[in-house]
Design a protein around this ligand. Structure first.
Ligand code: HSE
Length: 400
């Protein structure tokens, strides 16, 4: 019998308990023993809940019980999750988490602490919800030199852009609808400005290079400036606009960014719609692989947490390997990143734009008073300099 405690009985924490209840037969047959939720830590009581007898309000009850070998930290946020996680690992109790803020901020220190105490710090649910991506990077792809990761890592922004694309509505209207449906927070800034995706790509990038990619260093642009007119041009091109997070090995080191990109219908991420997430990973000998599924939600995220519990239970007294050193990676700047750009300028700037940008592909979406085009591949610094010379830029979106 593996006895566990769940910290936080909110959406994901209650999902962890539900997954264990629902799939106890499958879990027991794969693990060779049962998993029992012995404690649920929460400030609240849950009268009438089938697990109300397991609810405790004092973390020390959990730490004092030698039966507890794994803790699921599903509280979210930095404190008290960080203090509780450190204390658990110091006691040799493995911690499985969905807390991307904590993993992005303190992942390597907590992994090291787990290693020195013969236990594990696992975080499959912190990126892509129920999509297996951390375990593939740590286990299945260990023979690969990973060269790039491109992902749709935020369900809220993918939902918003999908419906701007398909229904022709503006950002503010679809944001309200997403909030009504519970897909967007009341304060949507972390999602729509890119912070959430930046934390997730920082975690994946760190696993890609084995050292610490700080999310604060990642260049980030949100989706708030994307308009229905931009989608009219995308349709004219047979393209769409997607909220991407990417990591690239470059000649000079390593680059990561979060921004909306215009992508071709042939791109594997084009068909990833609504709240779905996907991660596209390219390795030097394997080539391309893609991981797709529900990037958020109670049961998908909880399923990933429970898969980590099973992994810990299979390695009692040992550390499940994860290479993520504390040394910070110096990222190359946005100025050097090269791509093509979709650009809209006022119609009177057409001659200046053609003169400055050289050979471009013009795009006609039937919108008067504008000239739109796609540039050749150029650095972001050269693009900004060119825009400065032309002036009158209405919008610009990166493309591959
Ligand atoms: N707000 C996040 C998203 C939740 O929209 O993807 C899952 O991390």
């Amino acid at each position: 019998m593996i006895n566990i405690a769940v910290l936080g009985y909110g959406t994901v924490g209650s999902g962890v308990v539900e997954v264990i209840d629902t799939n106890s037969t499958e879990i027991s047959s794969r693990l060779g023993e049962d998993i029992r939720v012995k404690y649920i830590l929460d400030l609240r009581d849950f009268p009438g809940d089938p697990h109300e007898a397991q609810v405790v309000h004092d973390i020390e009850i959990i730490f004092a019980d030698p039966d507890i070998s794994v803790i699921c930290e599903t509280m979210g946020g930095m404190e008290p999750a960080y203090t509780f996680t450190k204390k658990a690992l110091e006691k040799g109790i493995s911690v499985c988490t969905s807390n991307k803020e904590l993993v992005a901020a303190h992942g390597p220190g907590l992994i090291k602490l787990a290693e020195s105490n013969g236990c594990s710090y696992l975080f499959e649910a912190s990126v892509g919800g129920g999509i297996p991506i951390i375990r593939p990077l740590n286990k299945a792809l260990t023979a690969e030199h990973i060269q790039s990761i491109t992902g749709i890592l935020n369900g809220t922004t993918n939902y918003i852009l999908t419906h701007m694309d398909e229904d022709g509505v503006g950002f503010e209207d679809i944001l309200k609808e997403a909030q009504r449906l519970g897909y967007a927070e009341r304060n949507p800034e972390a999602d729509v400005e890119g912070h959430d995706a930046a934390r997730k790509i920082a975690i994946l990038s760190s696993l890609m290079c084995g050292s610490n990619v700080r999310y604060e260093d990642i260049y980030m642009e949100g989706i708030t400036g994307i308009t229905p007119e931009d989608f009219k041009y995308a349709h004219a091109l047979g393209m769409s606009i997607k909220p991407l997070a990417l990591s690239r090995e470059t000649d000079d080191g390593f680059f990561a960014m979060v921004a909306p990109f215009m992508i071709e219908s042939s791109h594997p991420l084009y068909m990833v719609k609504d709240v779905y997430n996907a991660v596209f990973v390219s390795g030097n000998t394997l080539g391309d692989t893609m991981y797709y599924g529900r990037g958020a939600g109670k049961l998908p995220t909880a399923s990933a947490v429970v898969s980590d519990v099973v992994d810990c239970a299979r390695h009692p007294g040992k550390t499940v390997a994860c290479v993520w050193n504390e040394q910070d990676v110096r990222l190359t700047g946005i100025d050097e990143y090269k791509c093509r750009f979709f650009v809209r300028v006022s119609a009177d700037k057409k001659n200046d734009a053609d003169a400055v940008f050289g050979e471009v592909k013009a795009v006609d979406a039937g919108i008067s008073g504008e000239y739109a085009f796609i540039t050749g591949v150029m650095s972001n610094a050269d693009f900004d300099a060119a825009c400065g010379k032309v002036g009158g830029v209405i919008s610009r979106i990166r493309t591959f």
